[in-house]
Ligand binder design. Structure first.
Ligand code: NAD
Length: 497
C-alpha cells in the first residue's frame, strides 16, 4: 500500500466506495470493482465499484424520476443547497486537497488551489440560481404578448476528466443544480475518489435523492452509450479529449441532445519584444507547470520574439530547473507525477521527436527513474516546424520555444493549430494586446496573465476545442432552454391572429 500516514488512511476510509444511485451508495449490480492507484507510487489506494450498463440505466432511472419535483423546487432552495455545499467543501478543503493529491498526483498547494477554484463554482451558481430571468413584451403589431421563460433542460449526463477531479465536476454540477436539472455523473476512472467525496458532501448539503447520481466505471463507452441513446436524457456535458468528444457528439446527434464540449487545447504563449520579461517568465511558469502541464489550458508552444528569445529562454529554464519532482504530499515537491505510464511515454515520444528534428534540451528531456510516473521539467529550443510537439497536446512539464520576427508571423504561428481554447500574450502595448485578442482564434486570452480560470468568467474554446461555455453568466444557460408562450391581446376577447 502507498498509504504512508494515519491521516491518509483515515481520509481514504471516509470515501464512499460504491455507486450513488437514487440517494443510496451501492455496489455494482454485477459485483465488479476496480483499483484506484497513486500515480506517485503506482500502488493501490482504494478499490471501488465498477458499474456496468445496468447500473448506468438505474442511475438514469433515478435522475428521470427526480426531475419533475427538482425542477419545481424553489430556485432559492437550490441556491441554498449550493451555498451549503460551498461551506462544506471549504471546511473540508484539506481533505479534498489531500485526496486529489493522492489519486491524481498534483502537489498539495496546487490541490488546495483547485479546492478554492472548484468551490467557487458552488458559490457563484448559488447566486445565479435565482437569476434565470425570462421576459414579457408586447408584440410589434400590438396584437399579442410574448412571454419568454427559462426552463431546466432535464436529465443530464456529465462526463469528466482526471486532471481537475473536483473543479471539472463542480463546473458542471453547480450550474445544473442551479438550473433545476438532475444528473448522472461519470467521473474519470483514474480519479473517482474526489467525485465520491464531493457527492457525499452534496447529500450532506441537502440535495434530494436522485438529483445527482454517480457511476464509476472502467467501461465508459459501454455504460454511457445506452444513456446517450435514451430519450429521457436531454443533455450531454463532456470535458475531455477532442477525439472522444467528437465521437460523443456523433452519438449525441442520434438523440438530438443539447451538448457542451470542453475539449483539448494547444495554447500559444506569445512574448513580444516589449514584454516585461520577468512577468512573462512568471506567467510562463504558471501556464506551463500548473498541474504538471496536465491542463487543457497549459501553454503548449512558446512563441517568442527573436530579440528576447535568448534572455527569456535562459530565465525560464533557470526557474524550470528549480522545480523538484516528488510525491505531492512532500513539502518540497513542486512537480508531481504524470497520471500514468502511458501519459509519461507519450510526453517522452514528443520530446524525442523534437530532439530528433534538431531541437536542444536546455534542461530536462527524460523521464525520472524510480517508482511513479515522473518526467523532468524540460525546456526545448530550436524546435523545428513540423515537430509533433508543436501540433499535439503535450500534457506534461515540457516547454518548446520557437521564435518570430513580426506580429503577422506570431499570429500565423499561434493560429496554426486545430485547437482554439486559450492563448497567452505578453506585451506592454495595450493596443497590440487588444489587437491580438481580435486576431487570435481562441475562446480565451490571458493578456499579461498566465492563468485565465475564474468561476465568474465564461470558460471554453473554439475550433476543435469545443462548444459551449462553463462558468460566468453563460454557464447556467447551458442547462436551460428557452420556452415562449404567445398570449392573446389582453385588451380584446378575440384570440391572436
Ligand atoms: P478522455 O477523453 O480520455 O476522458 C475524459 C472522460 O471521458 C473520462 O471520464 C473517460 O472515462 C471518458 N470516456 C473516454 N472514452 C469514452 C467513451 N467512448 N464514451 C464515454 N466516455 C468516455 O480525457 P482525459 O485523458 O480524461 O482528460 C484529458 C483531456 O481533457 C485533455 O485533452 C484535456 O485538454 C481535456 N480537458 C479539457 C478541458 C476543457 O475545459 N476544455 C478541461 C480539462 C481537460
Amino acid at each position: 500500500m502507498s498509504v504512508t500516514t494515519e491521516r491518509e488512511s483515515e481520509l481514504l476510509a471516509s470515501v464512499p466506495t460504491g455507486l450513488l444511485i437514487g440517494g443510496q451508495w451501492r455496489p455494482a449490480a454485477a459485483g465488479g470493482t476496480f483499483d484506484v492507484e497513486d500515480p506517485s507510487t503506482g500502488k493501490t489506494l482504494l478499490t471501488i465499484a465498477d458499474a456496468g450498463p445496468e447500473d448506468g440505466a438505474a442511475a438514469l432511472d433515478a435522475a428521470a424520476a427526480a426531475q419533475e419535483s427538482w425542477a419545481r423546487t424553489a430556485p432559492r432552495e437550490r441556491g441554498e443547497i449550493l451555498r451549503r455545499a460551498f461551506e462544506l467543501v471549504t471546511e473540508r478543503a484539506d481533505d479534498f486537497a489531500l485526496l486529489m493529491t493522492l489519486e491524481m498526483g498534483k502537489p498539495l498547494t496546487e490541490a488546495r488551489g483547485e479546492v478554492t477554484y472548484g468551490a467557487e463554482f458552488l458559490r457563484w451558481f448559488s447566486e445565479e440560481a435565482v437569476r434565470a430571468f425570462g421576459r414579457y413584451s408586447v408584440s410589434p403589431d400590438g396584437k399579442s404578448r410574448l412571454l419568454v421563460n427559462k426552463k431546466p433542460v432535464g436529465p443530464c449526463l456529465l462526463i469528466t476528466p482526471w486532471n481537475f477531479p473536483l473543479a471539472m465536476a463542480t463546473r458542471k454540477i453547480a450550474p445544473a443544480v442551479a438550473a433545476g436539472c438532475t444528473m448522472v455523473l461519470k467521473p474519470a476512472n483514474l480519479t473517482p475518489l474526489t467525485s465520491s467525496l464531493f457527492a457525499a458532501v452534496m447529500q450532506e448539503a441537502g440535495l434530494p435523492d436522485g438529483v445527482l447520481n454517480v457511476v464509476h466505471t472502467r467501461d465508459a463507452g459501454g455504460v454511457t452509450g445506452p444513456l446517450i441513446k435514451d430519450e429521457r436524457l436531454r443533455k450531454l456535458s463532456f470535458t475531455g479529449s477532442t477525439p472522444v468528444g467528437r465521437s460523443l457528439l456523433e452519438a449525441a446527434a442520434g438523440n438530438v441532445l443539447r451538448t457542451s464540449m470542453e475539449l483539448g487545447g494547444n495554447a500559444p504563449f506569445v512574448v513580444f519584444e516589449d514584454a516585461d520579461l520577468d512577468a512573462a517568465v512568471t506567467g510562463a511558469m504558471l501556464a506551463k507547470l500548473r498541474n504538471m502541464g496536465e491542463a487543457c489550458t497549459a501553454a503548449n508552444r512558446f512563441i517568442v520574439h527573436e530579440s528576447v528569445a535568448e534572455e527569456f529562454g535562459r530565465k525560464f529554464a533557470a526557474k524550470m530547473a528549480d522545480m523538484p519532482t516528488g510525491r505531492g504530499t512532500e513539502d518540497e515537491t513542486k512537480v508531481g507525477p504524470l497520471i500514468d505510464g502511458k501519459s509519461r511515454d507519450k510526453v517522452h515520444d514528443l520530446v524525442s521527436d523534437a530532439l530528433g528534428n534538431g531541437a536542444t534540451a536546455v534542461i530536462g528531456g527524460a523521464p525520472v527513474d524510480g517508482p511513479g510516473y515522473f518526467y523532468q521539467p524540460t525546456v526545448l529550443t530550436g524546435v523545428a516546424a513540423g515537430s509533433r510537439i508543436l501540433k499535439e497536446e503535450i500534457f506534461g512539464p515540457v516547454a518548446p520555444i520557437v521564435t518570430f520576427s513580426t506580429e503577422d508571423e506570431a499570429v500565423r504561428l499561434a493560429n496554426d493549430t486545430e485547437y482554439g481554447l486559450v492563448a497567452y500574450v505578453f506585451t506592454k502595448d495595450l493596443n497590440r494586446g487588444l489587437r491580438m485578442g481580435e486576431r487570435l482564434e481562441t475562446g480565451m486570452l490571458g493578456l499579461n496573465a498566465g492563468v485565465v480560470s475564474n468561476a465568474a468568467a465564461p470558460f471554453g474554446g473554439v475550433k476543435q476545442s469545443g462548444l459551449g461555455r462553463e462558468g460566468g453568466l453563460e454557464g447556467i444557460e447551458e442547462y436551460l432552454y428557452t420556452q415562449y408562450i404567445g398570449i392573446a391581446d389582453p385588451y380584446t376577447d378575440s384570440p391572436v391572429g
